[in-house]
Design a protein around this ligand. Sequence first.
Ligand SMILES: C[S@@+](CC[C@H](N)C(=O)[O-])C[C@H]1O[C@@H](n2cnc3c(N)ncnc32)[C@H](O)[C@@H]1O
Length: 463
Amino acid sequence: METGSGRLERVGWAPVRPLAMRDVEEPGPRPTATSCGCVKPALETGNLLTEPIGYLESCFSAKNGTPRQPSICSHSRACLRIRKSIFNNPEHSLLGLEQFSHVWILFVFHKNGHLSCKAKVQPPRLNGVKTGVFSTRSPHRPNAIGLTLAKLEKVEGGAIYLSGIDMIHGTPVLDIKPYIADYDSPQNLIEPLGDFNLQNNQCKPKTVSHCDGKTDSCDQQQLSGYEEPQLYSCTKEKPKCPEDRTSGENNAKHDNSAKIQQSSPEPRERAADLSEESGSCPSPRVAEEQSGPCCLEKRFSEEQADSRLRRGEEAVVAQGHSTEMPPEALPCPFKAAGAAHRSAVPAWVKEAPVTTLGVRFTPHAEMDLEHLTSGEPGIGQASFKYFQSAEEARCAIEAVLSADPRSVYRRKLCQDRLFYFTVDIAHVTCWFGDGFAEVLRIKPASEPVQMSDPAESLVSLGS
Ligand SMILES: C[S@@+](CC[C@H](N)C(=O)[O-])C[C@H]1O[C@@H](n2cnc3c(N)ncnc32)[C@H](O)[C@@H]1O
């Protein structure tokens, strides 16, 4: 349940379970129960009373249409102001952070409504098939804590500006940590462990090829043999790469001699959509090959950066298994390989049955987008708060839609229904056809997004 401040009630407090059960199951110091049945916060017991360091100002106002992973939409932007109640001088807490290109953001899925106690979830990428919650990036988890690797655009005073995010406006942020490739990314890439057979709901272990070398050429070799999933198909010429401009704008940051992590990741169009699906679960469909063109040409260096990000992401999901195969029957890649440096993901992460969609805009929608940018009479003086151009807005809309943001339920049972989402000041109406999404209208969002923390306010990230 949510509190007035937008936080889940149980955040900071241990799940309310009978003490007798805890006595049996959990060794270690016993928490003390209060009269209300809560457990006293104590580091020793892991019952941490959290206090958000800030509330995110995001270009996504609601869950609908928010990317399922940060890598889906590099144009998605946000700002986080450190609250004065946390540190007297919030800017002091951010000293040195500007030397990093990427940061981990730990946050609360505050709009989940309640904490989840379901051990199995249905990631949209599995199209209705269930798997264990801890093998997914589902927002519905026992402690409702999210983890996102975001690009750090700039640090200004007591605020950080981010891009490549998948959190909604008002998200309570618990912590920021620098991304350090040497610590956070396993050095070697190996192939997916097995084929996730959706028809039989079984995992066929695959011959795993290991690369023990640490050179880029080795990585490259492996990657070149790897089929990239395509996440979006542009209908127009490729726009100017925003990262190019951003890096120019952030010269001061990049010129800093202390900044050494050139190998840091560049979250891009690739996405491991491991989030949970809410709604009903129709029967799984037979796996299909992913198809469709990918218009995002990448520079070689970006490819390398992407590969590093992939390795970082891949480390998150360690073992592939279906819900019907006992986990103990499957090989553990880390133990089997006897190497701590390797990461692996189940095949369903990379070869999901969910197709990447082509995205198109009707002439009407194209006109709407122009109006939105120019702030023409009758439309109002709309101007983007987060996007730096109409082209960025278009790219973000395309990226969101090409990853098919619909729930499995909608995908299967409400195919002809209109789909709405708001990004920045654009309220987008679209529909989905076979293998594509079409944007019908883009109108100014009627209501400004409300902050969870009333002390905070919207800022323009374009400045
Ligand atoms: C699948 S989760 C992944 C988040 C993070 N990258 C992770 O792995 O923990 C991302 C989805 O969570 C939902 N979401 C984002 N912010 C949220 C919030 N504050 N409360 C509830 N749901 C949120 C959106 O629907 C978004 O598509």
